[in-house]
Design a protein. Structure first.
Length: 684
């Protein structure tokens, strides 16, 4: 059956198509020079329209394409449209039954997967979506028509939701599953730690994404979450204890975590390691070698003597070398040097050695050749950095020679070797789950070790617990963006927030949280406290009132209550503490730097040194071109890390904080804290 335009309609329409013919399962539209075949499986709709004189047929196709036939006699157009519609609808009904079979089968597969007793990962949904698209490709009808047919509609809509709104569907389903887990395992979450886990902690524990970042504010129970997570993985048979790798940054932290795991999970099978002990294990297993750590790494006086001896020798033997160092020390560090053999000065050597040690450590951490190191430096400092690297090169060479003669490795070398062994496939990772504590302290080198483990075993999940608000170790290579842009570096996953602190009161929290969040480069989160506190929970006090403050505290602080006296530097320890043991024998006083206080808490905190100047707080930038090139980039916000350091100091306190400032040269932080309604007292 076919329909043709009339002679006059054909002439006046001047359209490329003037004839349509009904085929077995489609139509053919043609003209003098053009022919277009439209199978029913590409036909979305047919419209029959009446113009002033003639009729018109309009065929809608995918991608908003429309084919029209003009200039046909109206009655004939209606008759053809009637037969065509009947044929198309009959074919469509038959095909809808085929489509329903495909869709129902696919929907049932998703429902079964959805009902599994486990967390649905983003990676799971990717495979579902691929299967849905394949099933849509196998359907004889255009997918946009499926909603027309009752036999297809429910399965089609169900599949479409998982295809187009998968994040929402997965979140809703995982929320239901999580609530069921929290109810089913309520006894576990109540007993796994000395205090029952709260909702945000328990939800973090059961989150089953491949990459999970747990933002754990000060005092929010991060170790409880790590311990509970390890026990959860074993209890749910997602892993054996030997397949769970727990990592901490220091030996003491790893030992404390091991003790906690043993006491709470009643198992000797879990083992928390440091990154260096992990690297050592990988090297021993993957190379049949047992490297030892160099004595230079473990013996600070010997290391300092070695560096100064090499430096002095180079200055003595090479005039250009000595000249280069004179310029570096004078111009960049601003130190005054004596004439002649300045390198023989013991005072200078004692002052410089810590710098040599840090710069050498940064070069070793980078691990690349000198050319690569120089190439990686920012353009604006590359020429100067190149000069500095060449001056440091003899120390680096001597260090490597000393290690070789000793048959030992340093800490940076350990991690580089471990990454190399993993990438060459010489060690097969047994770990299905990696749990990392204090993640905000991670360096690019350690992050690369984690990445190498996951490349080697792509089924390995990463569960990282940390707090970007407490990122205070950039000077040792830590890169905060590895936390703030976690999923960019470690793959898609989820971020959980521990929203309750068990340490400080609400007043301390309000001030500390507002103060630290002034920096827009940090992650926003809420951290609630269980107790209110009062306006006197934080007070600004002139630093000459320290002795008066301790006198007053001796009258009400209980002997078992701890008082932490914190300062930016060791040498700022106040002399009044020398007589503390006899003057205030009942006070449990302890002085330390703010960095050393990390991870600790006390009933009372006294923060010293809120002043301007070289020894002030915030401390002025002291970086040389070596740090600028080899350390992570500084955030574009004034005193960003110093602000976090102040946050760490304030949040060590359970009850009360005194912020001691210089009356004549108060720190910029003093005015800002005053604007946060921290009272400025004249006397304690």
């Amino acid at each position: 059956m076919e329909l043709k335009a009339t002679s006059l309609g054909k002439h006046l329409a001047q359209h490329p198509y003037n004839r349509v013919r009904l085929l077995n399962a489609g139509v053919e539209v043609s003209g003098e020079k053009h022919e277009y075949l439209i199978p029913f499986n590409q036909l979305l709709s047919i419209a029959c329209k009446r113009g002033l004189v003639w009729g018109e047929l309009e065929f809608s196709l995918p991608d908003d394409k429309v084919v029209r036939l003009h200039g046909t006699e109206w009655n004939e157009t209606q008759r053809f449209y009637h037969y065509l519609s009947q044929a198309w609808q009959k074919w469509s009904q038959q095909m809808s039954e085929v489509a329903a079979g495909v869709l129902n089968q696919q929907a049932e597969a998703i429902r079964l997967a959805e009902q599994q007793d486990r967390w649905l990962k983003r990676s799971d949904i990717s495979s579902w979506q691929l299967a849905i698209r394949k099933s849509f490709d196998a359907i004889p009808l255009p997918v946009t028509r499926l909603d027309e047919f009752e036999c297809c509609r429910d399965a089609w809509r169900y599949c479409l939701r998982w295809l187009n709104d998968s994040d929402s569907q997965r979140s809703q389903r995982n929320a239901r599953w999580t609530e069921r887990m929290l109810e089913q395992y309520a006894d576990y979450f109540a007993q796994v730690e000395s205090s029952p886990l709260n909702l945000s902690q328990a939800r973090a524990v059961v989150n089953g994404e491949d990459s999970v970042l747990v933002l754990a504010g000060a005092g929010s129970g991060k170790t409880s979450v790590l311990v509970a997570r390890a026990g959860w993985l074993v209890m749910r048979r997602q892993a054996t204890a030997e397949q769970v790798l727990l990592l901490a940054f220091g030996r003491k932290a790893a030992e404390e975590m091991n003790e906690r795991l043993r006491s709470r999970l009643h198992s000797e099978d879990f083992s928390a390691r440091t990154f260096h002990s992990l690297a050592l294990y990988i090297i021993r297993q993957g190379s049949n070698k047992s490297p030892v750590i160099s004595k230079l790494e473990n013996d600070t006086p010997a290391r300092h003597d070695f560096l100064i001896d090499v430096w002095r020798q180079q200055c003595s033997e090479k005039k250009a070398y000595a000249s280069g160092w004179r310029q570096w020390i004078s111009d960049e560090l601003g130190w005054e040097l004596e004439e002649g053999q300045f390198w023989q000065s013991n005072a200078l050597a004692n002052r410089l050695v810590s710098r040599l040690e840090r710069w050498l450590g940064l070069m070793r951490m980078h691990g690349g050749a000198q050319a690569a190191m120089i190439e990686s430096a920012p353009d604006e400092i590359r020429p100067l950095f190149s000069k500095r690297v060449k001056l440091m090169a003899p120390l680096l060479k001597a260090w490597k020679t000393a290690l070789k003669e000793e048959g030992a490795v340093d800490f940076s070398g350990l991690i580089h070797q471990a990454i190399n062994i993993l990438d060459k496939g010489r060690f097969i990772s047994p770990w299905k789950h990696i749990l990392v504590d204090e993640f905000q302290d991670i360096s690019p080198q350690r992050a690369e070790l984690l990445a190498a483990l996951r490349r080697q075993n792509r089924q390995t999940s990463l569960f990282a617990v940390g707090d970007d608000w407490q990122a205070i170790y950039r000077f040792s290579g830590a890169e905060m963006t590895l936390t703030t842009a976690f999923h960019h570096y470690f793959g898609e996953g989820e971020c959980c927030v521990l929203d309750t602190t068990y340490r400080f009161n609400q007043r301390i929290g309000e001030v500390a949280n507002t103060f630290v969040q002034r920096n827009p480069h940090q992650l926003k989160k809420s951290l609630n406290s269980l107790t209110k506190g009062t306006k006197k929970s934080l007070q600004l006090l002139p630093e000459d009132q320290l002795e008066a403050l301790l006198n007053k505290m001796s009258g009400y602080v209980k002997p078992h209550e701890r008082i932490m006296v914190l300062a930016r530097y060791h040498h700022l320890r106040p002399e009044v503490l020398d007589k503390a043991a006899t003057r205030w024998p009942t006070l449990n006083l302890e002085f330390m730097t703010i960095h050393a206080s990390k991870g600790q808490q006390a009933e009372y905190v006294i923060l010293l040194g809120l002043s301007q100047g070289d020894e002030g707080f915030p401390a002025p930038a002291r970086e040389s071109v070596m740090e600028a090139a080899l350390l992570p980039k500084v955030e574009a916000f004034p005193d960003a890390e110093e602000r976090r350091l102040a946050y760490v100091a304030i949040t060590r306190a359970i009850h009360q904080v005194w912020l001691l400032y210089d009356r004549d040269r108060p720190s910029d932080f003093v005015a800002e804290l005053s604007r946060l309604d921290v009272p400025q007292m004249r006397k304690p």
